[in-house]
Design a binder for this molecule. Structure first.
Ligand code: GLU
Length: 417
């Protein structure tokens, strides 16, 4: 497969919207650049006694609307251009939701499955120390992303707090609830996707419970959306992880599959009552009503977009569709609900966590779900309306709101000095 640079994709998306809104040239130029890039090496004593060095990044694309916000991923594929793209996408996501936050992302180039628990802890703590000066509750607030979780956040929070000499829950979101995390954060991205799935099917006059669904990725995001749709009555005909897809035309038993992976198993070894194994690569082109790419970037490209047979693409991952593929899907009448809207439930509940930490007052799950629904509903309606009025894709409509919000902040704040 030819490598597609996610940062070039991100710049292209910005260029499309810049034309659409006649974006001031200076603002466009500023937004093409990252405010701050930090590249660190992370030396770790492995369990064998040997020293190993990992490369880490923290990139802040924009703090013009507030402290930078965005996850940290652990993956072998992490590189600077990927983190830059992800960071820019966070700026758009927080602006679209009108949160008083900017955009950032971090990553470490590592295969976390090859590390022991102790090695992972040392890696997370040393990475936290290396980026310590540029993060903080009023500067930049990391969160989980691919292959990181509440435990990772707890280590980062503890390390930061030890250095500062005071417990600082607000330095990260996605923490365990016992140390200042928010109820509902773990499932938030998937819950947000589910919410958006309800809104979009309603607009299109489709009955969600009758939909045939394919989910690519069965991790923190894919598993939750599969479970929610399954409980709602949808037929989930295929799910996959990096090792294999599991397929059944009459519908899979998602609870069984979720239990299988929760025991640490891969789907390629799945021995359940429903489904046959298929290669992961074939999953995206199965005939379905809703396709949820919830794995990683650049999955739907000009190479396979033509073969996609679905009514709706609901982007659980960040950047799963390239601009060329977008055009092909649009021309086929496939509705793409863009990542910055579809998967924004995660950062939204992160924001709720951040304000709960500031106030040291915690909400119950009903309030979380209610506020989540309220903001997503408002944002969805806003995006949908612009896309109808201007006869443009939901992505371009979402980008219009997001980029205009950032441009307005650039205008109001002016240029220092
Ligand atoms: N990593 C998630 C995302 O890509 C969440 C970021 C956050 O909560 O700050 O949106």
């Amino acid at each position: 497969m030819t490598y597609i640079n996610p940062f070039e994709v991100a710049l292209k998306q910005l260029e499309i919207v810049a034309k659409e809104i006649d974006l001031n040239e200076d603002f466009h130029e500023r937004l093409k650049h990252m405010e701050r890039i930090m590249i660190v090496s992370i030396p770790i004593r492995m369990d064998t006694g040997k020293l190993k060095i990992f490369q880490g990044y923290r990139v802040q694309h924009s703090t013009i609307r507030g402290p930078a916000k965005g996850g940290i991923r652990y993956d072998l594929g992490v590189n600077l251009d990927e983190v830059k793209a992800l960071s820019m996408w966070m700026t758009w996501k927080t602006s679209l939701l009108k949160l008083p936050l900017g955009g950032a992302k971090g990553g470490v180039q590592v295969n976390p499955n090859e590390l022991s628990h102790g090695e992972l802890e040392r890696l997370s703590r040393r990475y936290a120390v290396e980026i310590l000066n540029i993060i903080g509750p009023t500067k930049d607030i990391p969160a989980p992303d691919m292959n990181t979780d509440a435990q990772t956040m707890a280590w980062i929070m503890d390390t930061y707090s030890m250095f500062k000499g005071e417990t600082t829950p607000g330095v990260v979101t996605g923490k365990p609830v016992e140390i200042g995390g928010s109820l509902g954060r773990t499932r938030a991205t998937g819950m947000g996707l589910f919410f958006i799935a309800k809104s979009i099917t309603k607009k299109l006059g489709l009955n969600l419970s009758e939909m045939k669904v394919v989910v690519q990725g069965f991790g923190k995001v894919g598993k939750v959306i599969a479970e929610e749709l399954y409980n709602f009555g949808c037929k989930i005909i295929c799910v996959c992880d990096i090792t294999a897809g599991v397929y059944s035309e009459s519908g899979l038993n998602i609870h069984e599959l979720a239990e299988w992976v929760s025991m640490g198993n891969n789907l390629k070894d799945y021995e359940g009552t429903t489904g046959e194994l298929i290669p992961s690569i074939d999953v995206l082109t199965l005939d379905c009503d809703i396709l949820v790419p919830a794995a990683t970037e650049n999955q739907i490209t000009k190479k396979n977009a033509d073969k996609i047979k679905t009514k709706i693409v609901l982007e659980g991952a960040n950047g799963p569709t390239t601009p060329e593929a977008d055009e092909i899907l649009n021309s086929k009448g496939i509705v793409v609900v863009p990542d910055i809207l579809a998967n924004s439930g995660g950062v939204l509940v992160s924001y709720f966590e951040y304000i709960q930490d500031i106030n040291a007052y915690f909400w119950d799950i009903d309030r979380i779900n209610q506020e989540l629904g309220k903001v997503l509903q408002r944002t969805f309606e806003e995006v949908y309306k612009i896309s109808q009025e201007r006869k443009i894709s939901l992505r371009t409509a979402a980008y219009i709101i997001a980029v205009s919000g950032v441009a307005k902040a650039l205008e109001l704040r002016g240029l220092y000095p």
